[in-house]
Design a protein around this ligand. Structure first.
Ligand SMILES: C[S@@+](CC[C@H](N)C(=O)[O-])C[C@H]1O[C@@H](n2cnc3c(N)ncnc32)[C@H](O)[C@@H]1O
Length: 315
């Protein structure tokens, strides 16, 4: 999912870029890069063009030239919407940004909102909400939740599943267009455009249920999210979230697709180190990518009943 494919504003350049795209489609990435490099001589300030050139070089195995093109994106992209730092980090050429790359994620999902549900459900077989919903429902055992917050709520796919379990349901997301889709469904009592760590840091506390379905994959390391979640939750509260997995060494892997993957054993250990009890975990294919299931983990963790919430500890 590459977000921005703006026109260069020059018909001749766009035509050359079209030829390059056709070559890339035919898997001839070296030829695509050559044509695109020629096009960029005519439009050197076309940021999306440099992004494409970097991708073509990367696919052609020309790592040095790919990096140079991505650095050009970083220089030209004053609003940070192309996620150049993430891209460079994914190629081992820069340290990853700390936390979510907010402008990149916001732009990505604003652009994606119109086709999100159809692509995710029909084409990619997205499967987290029913699984996480069942885990939450089993853990609650019929006990209703007074206040729940769906982090990275998107268009409301997760919210729709947990709505019957909660008296009050709030949704938080970076993307205004995703929130607009959620608003139309009338599932949430309140929707807020915010970064989730910032939102939780400012919350007065007492949240009994937190969900983050297919969201932490954009946030990087878990501990900063867990720390603010624990503080904002009521004693005994539940936090359910999904991760993409990697089985290699290290806690975190940044994928070329600009999403993060976590090591399953280390993720559970990080939850415990943050002060949560692991209630249950379930391994699953969370969606498909090029027809291959993406290996994922859904975790449900609980804040211990004897830990105070932010509201009561501040009192
Ligand atoms: C793949 S969608 C999942 C949406 C929804 N949870 C679902 O299950 O359909 C990821 C959503 O998380 C949001 N998001 C990612 N990182 C975020 C962050 N740090 N704070 C708030 N929202 C975030 C994106 O804007 C996007 O709408």
């Amino acid at each position: 999912m590459r977000p921005i494919q703006f026109s260069s504003g020059d018909y001749a350049v766009d035509r050359r870029a079209g030829v390059a795209a056709a070559m890339a489609h035919a898997q001839d990435f070296a030829a695509a890069a050559e044509v695109m490099a020629g096009a960029l001589e005519l439009a050197p300030h076309w940021t999306a063009g440099w992004q494409l050139l970097g991708d073509y070089y990367a696919h052609a195995g020309e790592a040095g030239r790919a990096t140079a093109a991505y650095r050009q994106v970083q220089t030209l992209d004053h609003d940070g919407i192309f996620g150049a730092t993430l891209t460079l980090a994914a190629h081992g050429e820069a340290p990853p940004p700390v936390g979510t790359d907010v402008r990149y994620v916001e732009t990505l999902f604003d652009e994606y909102a119109g086709r999100f549900e159809q692509e995710l459900l029909d084409d990619l077989g997205y499967a987290v909400p029913p699984v996480l919903g069942r885990m939450v429902s089993d853990a609650l055992g019929g006990r209703p939740v007074a206040r729940a917050v769906d982090l990275g709520c998107g268009t409301g796919l997760m919210g729709a599943v947990i709505r019957p379990l909660c008296a009050r349901l709030e949704g938080v997301d970076l993307s205004q267009r995703m929130l607009a889709k959620a608003q139309r469904k009338g599932i949430y009592d309140r929707l807020e455009q915010a970064e989730l760590v910032t939102f939780l840091s400012g919350d007065a506390g007492g949240i009994e249920l937190l969900t983050a379905a297919d969201v932490i994959i954009y946030c990087g390391t878990l501990p900063p999210v867990l720390a603010v979640a624990l503080r904002a939750m009521a004693p005994g509260g539940l936090f359910g979230f999904s991760l993409e997995l990697h089985e290699g060494t290290g806690t975190l892997l940044q994928r070329r697709q600009l999403r993060y993957a976590h090591n399953p054993a280390e993720a559970a250990a990080e939850c415990e180190a943050a002060g949560f009890e692991v209630v249950t975990t379930e391994r699953m294919g969370i969606r498909r990518e090029r027809d291959v299931p993406v290996d994922g983990l859904v975790l449900l963790v609980r804040k211990p009943s004897d830990q105070p919430s932010a509201a009561s500890s501040a009192a």
